[in-house]
Design a protein around this ligand. Structure first.
Ligand code: NAD
Ligand code: UDP
Length: 318
């Protein structure tokens, strides 16, 4: 903790799911944390508990516009971007802008402050992958003009721009390829599979499984994700690193597990599969294990139980 005292870190997307957990972690480690968010998909409640701390400040700002932060800055975590398919389909241009213009602004800020920057990339850079598991050397299978292209291509541009700043300006950069992460503070109506299934199960509504539910995902609990990002930031590796949990499941099995864990009477209702929905997704995490001495620690069952309790409390408060 002493080692990080008075180090200043900017976290964009601070009021979102991952950003808010990262704020907590860096505060705990003794950093001075500057959160930035335009609240387009985030919720100020996620960071309200930090506002009384002298160690925390918050800027309500759109990072696709010029970003100014007074004073020294040692690190930047660029996490601002809609992340749920229903969000980025609703605001496609803003999504493209924050991944491209926003990233450019933050790389420029990092360069001027001589700060190290880590950008949040995604397993979506692999698109609908033709190989499994996906390792970092796989170039992906992305439809640039499909509905998900606004997110996938912005993130691919983000990676290219980040590498260009690294190679041409010698900037210290890190790229985390984040796989499906879950846990408390995911918005109830954010549309992603786990918040949908859990809130449906808790309300006794049908769980909406898209397609026949045979598509797969690999879900990582948020504390494992945060630990991976923390270790990657302090590594010396500039190329992309997958951060995810390789335990792969069909979406139908996930829905069934949630019905069981919530002891719900809900049934499953099959709905249309969204266009270009990836059929399989599973990270190869050998690189993270080797370079970061990191691997996921939280079992899916424990992670799901924590998340279910969080949503139960939310419903009780309403
Ligand atoms: P989220 O929607 O909960 O959080 C994103 C935050 O960014 C929100 O608070 C939103 O208001 C803010 N934001 C969006 N555009 C902005 C802008 N132009 N200026 C300032 N703030 C802006 O999503 P999340 O799940 O926390 O995802 C955070 C990051 O991690 C994103 O970059 C996402 O692409 C990446 N990621 C997340 C996952 C996951 O499973 N959660 C997987 C892969 C990648
Ligand atoms: N999904 C589902 N029902 C829902 C929401 C999502 O079956 O109510 C499916 C979706 O089609 C995808 C998987 O769950 O195959 C994960 O979707 P999510 O939106 O969580 O993230 P993605 O991995 O697609 O970015």
């Amino acid at each position: 903790m002493q080692e990080h005292k008075r180090k200043r870190i900017l976290i964009t997307g601070a009021a979102g799911f991952l950003g808010s957990h990262l704020c907590d972690r860096f505060i705990e480690e003794g950093f001075h944390v500057i959160g930035m968010d335009n609240l387009v998909t985030g919720d100020i409640k996620n960071i309200e508990h930090l506002f009384h701390l002298a160690q925390f400040e918050f800027y309500h700002h759109d990072v696709s516009k010029f970003v100014h932060v007074p004073g020294e800055l040692h690190y930047i975590l660029h996490f601002a971007s809609p992340a749920s398919p229903i969000d980025y389909l609703k605001i496609p241009i803003q999504t493209l802008k924050v991944g491209s213009l926003g990233t450019h602004n933050l790389l420029g800020l990092a360069k001027s402050k001589q700060a190290r920057i880590l950008v949040a990339s995604t397993s979506e850079v692999y698109g609908d992958p033709l190989v499994s598991p996906q390792n970092e050397e796989y170039w992906g299978n992305v439809n640039p003009v499909g509905p998900r292209g606004v997110y996938d291509e912005a993130k691919r541009f983000q990676e290219a721009m980040t590498m260009a700043y690294h190679n041409f300006h010698g900037l210290e950069t890190r790229i985390a390829r984040i796989f499906n992460t879950f846990g408390p503070r995911m918005r109830l109506h954010d549309g992603r599979a786990l918040p949908n299934f859990i809130s449906q199960a808790l309300q006794g509504k049908d769980l909406t499984v898209f397609g026949d539910g045979s598509q797969t995902r690999s879900f990582i609990y948020v504390s494992d994700q945060v630990e991976g990002i923390f270790k990657l930031l302090f590594s010396d590796y500039p190329l992309p690193v997958n951060i995810g949990n390789p335990e792969e499941m069909t979406l139908l099995a996930v829905a069934q597990e949630i019905i069981k864990l919530t002891q719900s009477q809900s049934s499953i209702r099959f709905e249309k599969l969204p266009v270009d929905d990836p059929k399989q997704r599973r990270p190869d995490i050998d690189k993270a294990i080797r370079l970061l001495n990191w691997k996921p620690q939280v079992s899916r069952k424990n992670g799901l139980e924590n998340t279910i309790n969080y949503y139960r409390n939310l419903f009780q408060e309403q």
